[in-house]
Design a binder for this molecule. Structure first.
Ligand SMILES: NC(=O)C1=CN([C@@H]2O[C@H](COP(=O)(O)OP(=O)(O)OC[C@H]3O[C@@H](n4cnc5c(N)ncnc54)[C@H](OP(=O)(O)O)[C@@H]3O)[C@@H](O)[C@H]2O)C=CC1
Ligand SMILES: O=C(O)CCC(=O)C(=O)O
Length: 429
């Protein structure tokens, strides 16, 4: 997707896997099984448009691995979605569910579309069309979708309704990220961004750094970035910059306030997809900077929370010498060659599938609540989320220290071993 034209996220995900498969000496068949998806569905979705015409969209669902439980992962709506993006995201979901030790596998879906250009009715027909194409291949015990980039709770409920119409019954465990009151869990909206900050808080604790003495620069201002910025600020940190994509000018902008952004104020001038109004931001005394300025800020922490392949060999050197920690809120934001540079510079990395696992962890809680038809208070959800994320961070960090492994590799070692073990116990390999 974003970044240079030669970037292939699936090759990125496989290169990361291959590196660690080599380190742990993963045997032949297991390695072959885990480095690619078990199943893929590619299909067309014809949608009646409001003007009476029919538009044909392309949709995907990829189930990378379900040895540890039903496949789990979001559905992304994006004009640049590709089969290889979905394959990579599905693979990262497998490692994500394994690192936080929830009984789920990895899957991901997508539709090549730009919901900004679709009416509400067209979006509903598109969501229902996606479900009609895969209704027999997904389900509470097979593969459980959720929201991702540009998809939301309303989309999930339309999808659930279509699934239930096809199967004739109520199956609230089919999908997560539903609206609260309609089977959704309190805390799911906040979960990914909060999870990012729970892991950051633990990293700072280990390093003896007071969060209130730190500054952070964040890429993106969508679901993940907004809640990461919010909790980080509540804990006393100073977020000095966020960024978003300008869809008219087709380029990113950074919004900076050196004495600290105000999340509520910025949310008030942001559209539902995370796009910030530039002139209103200027009226609120934000500096509006060109391009990828978020990456060049003199901050202690950087949090890429937009899309994959955002930190590449072309811009990695622009990271300020002040940066000590990078927490990857997005999936796959750092290209493998840029990652090598970051590793050499000694920046402490909390890798994507660990840092952003809060979303799927809360989705798992939602499934549990939906299946038992008993819903927890928000404090209870967040407390359980914090404890899962903290435990996963500590396990990865301990392994990293004990075995002198880069944090990303340590997280992979834990996840691959867990999934490989499940495949062996099932007698698959
Ligand atoms: N939502 C979730 O629960 C989870 C999401 N993730 C991952 O986190 C990342 C963000 O997801 P989410 O917050 O849900 O998505 P959203 O669609 O809510 O937000 C994405 C944000 O990124 C911005 N953006 C896109 N491209 C660029 C760019 N080149 N430079 C700067 N900003 C950019 C968008 O701006 P604009 O709106 O103007 O386009 C928007 O602010 C993705 O990688 C996703 O897969 C991971 C785990 C769970
Ligand atoms: O909540 C979920 O099930 C999945 C979220 C997701 O797509 C992700 O973590 O990338």
């Amino acid at each position: 997707m974003m970044g240079d034209n030669t970037y292939n996220p699936y090759e990125h995900a496989q290169a990361q896997f291959d590196r660690v498969a080599e380190i742990i000496g993963l045997e032949g068949a297991t390695r072959e099984l885990l480095r690619q998806p078990l199943r893929e569905y590619h299909f067309l979705i014809p949608v009646k448009m409001d003007n009476g015409s029919t538009q044909v969209f392309r949709g995907f669902r990829v189930q990378h691995n379900d040895a540890r439980g039903p496949a789990k992962g979001g559905i992304r709506f994006h004009p640049h979605e590709t089969a290889d993006t979905v394959r990579a995201l599905a693979m990262w979901m497998t490692w994500k569910c394994a690192v936080v030790d929830i009984p789920l596998g990895g899957g991901k879906g997508g539709i090549i579309c730009d919901p900004r250009n679709l009416s509400e009715n067209e979006q509903e027909r598109l969501c229902r069309g996606w479900v009609r194409q895969v209704a027999r291949n997904v389900g509470p015990n097979l593969d459980v979708p959720a929201p991702d980039v540009m998809s939301n709770a309303k989309h999930m409920l339309w999808m659930l309704d279509e699934y239930e119409a096809i199967h004739g019954g109520r199956y609230p465990g089919f999908i997560t990220g539903k609206p609260v009151g309609m089977g959704g869990s309190l805390g799911r909206t906040e979960a990914t961004g909060y999870g990012v900050v729970y892991t950051l808080r633990e990293a700072l604790k280990e390093k003896g750094i007071n969060i209130a003495a730190t500054t952070a620069s964040i890429q993106g201002f969508g679901n993940v970035a907004q809640y990461a910025a919010r909790l980080y600020s509540e804990l006393g940190g100073k977020a000095i910059a966020v960024s978003c994509w300008d869809h008219v000018e087709r380029k990113p902008y950074t919004f900076r306030k050196k004495d600290g952004i105000n999340v509520d104020e910025l949310c008030g001038i942001t559209d539902m997809y995370g796009g910030i109004d530039k002139s209103k931001a200027q009226d609120l005394n934000y500096e509006v900077l060109e391009g990828g300025a978020w990456l060049e800020q003199e901050a202690d922490i950087i949090i890429p929370a937009a899309l994959e392949n955002q930190i590449t060999i072309a811009n990695v050197e622009k990271i300020s010498p002040q940066v000590k920690i990078m927490v990857e809120g997005a999936n796959g934001p750092t290209s493998p060659d840029a990652d090598e540079v970051i590793k050499k510079r000694g920046i402490f990395v909390i890798p994507d599938f660990l840092a952003n696992a809060g979303g799927v962890t809360c989705s798992y809680f939602e499934q549990v609540q939906s299946n038992s038809n008993y819903f927890w208070e928000k404090d209870e959800v967040l407390e359980k989320l914090d404890s899962k994320m903290t435990a996963a961070f500590i396990a990865v960090s301990e392994l990293s220290r004990q075995s002198s492994l880069y944090m990303r590799d340590a997280a992979y070692v834990i996840s691959i071993n867990r999934v490989a073990q499940a495949a062996r116990m099932r007698g698959w390999v």
